[in-house]
Design a protein around this ligand. Structure first.
Ligand SMILES: [Zn+2]
Length: 112
């Protein structure tokens, strides 16, 4: 499958920009990793891909110890089912601008 091949290539290249877009899980070790994990790369035949780490965990995989907090903080912030990685930047910048807008009245407001 095309998407899987792209993901596999990202794993092989340790593509940092792919972090957060998916995780790969290794059937032989029962561990899942982010694409840029420094661990030795598994055989293609032993790998399956998940968009969310939670999905990998539901499938029985454990988080890789060498991907300590990996993209986890980001993932935790995402509402379930929301679009992964490529939207991180735009999502966080819109959060920031919403935050700024929300704080404007406070900044401009009269002293309490
Ligand atoms: Zn790892």
């Amino acid at each position: 499958m095309m998407v899987e091949e792209q993901r596999w290539r990202a794993v092989q290249d340790r593509t940092r920009t792919a972090d957060g877009a998916f995780v790969y899980a290794v059937r032989t070790t029962q561990i899942y990793c982010r694409p840029s994990c420094p661990s030795r790369k598994p055989l293609r035949g032993n790998v399956e891909f998940f968009v969310l780490p939670e999905a990998a965990e539901r499938a029985g995989y454990r988080a890789c110890l060498r991907c300590p907090r990996m993209a986890r903080p980001l993932w935790v912030l995402w509402p379930r089912g929301s679009a992964p990685a490529p939207s991180i930047c735009s999502a966080s910048s819109s959060v920031i601008s919403a935050f700024r807008r929300a704080n404007m009245p406070m900044l401009a407001g009269s002293p309490g």
